[in-house]
Design a protein around this ligand. Sequence first.
Ligand code: ZN
Length: 155
Amino acid sequence: MKRKINYMDARFSTRIDGHSRRVRVWLCARCTAWHDAPNRPTGCAQCAHTEFIYCASRKEAKRAVQLLFEERHGVISGLEFQKTFPIFVVDIKTRRIVNPKVSYRPDSTYHRDGELVVEDVKGTSAEGDDPVFTLKRKLFEACYGTPVTVVRKVT
Ligand SMILES: [Zn+2]
């Protein structure tokens, strides 16, 4: 008898596997020491500091280290990670500004050459982008008038 394959289940389990395989990285906020761990470490293995920068992937962590280095050397300023930007829309009938309780949280924000940079680290091709990200990016850009810089390659 031919075995029936449930493609929906197959796709679902692949997604779950992909998610659990993704390495979470905690960077020490003081010395940028790298900690691979699913949960927040209690203290830095290098300097015992207790504040960490959470990175959802190795690629994101690598970029965070670059940005921290650039800030330390005065190339960029005001570096912030995971800053939340609420999205506002206009009620067409009343013309009032409404907050639909949707927000966009880029990986990092900073100033370079006097310009605000809003940056997100994503996969190598735009086709693979999460549709929620694509939508939130458009909403953020329309709402704040700042383009999102998408970093696809971290060298
Ligand atoms: Zn440390």
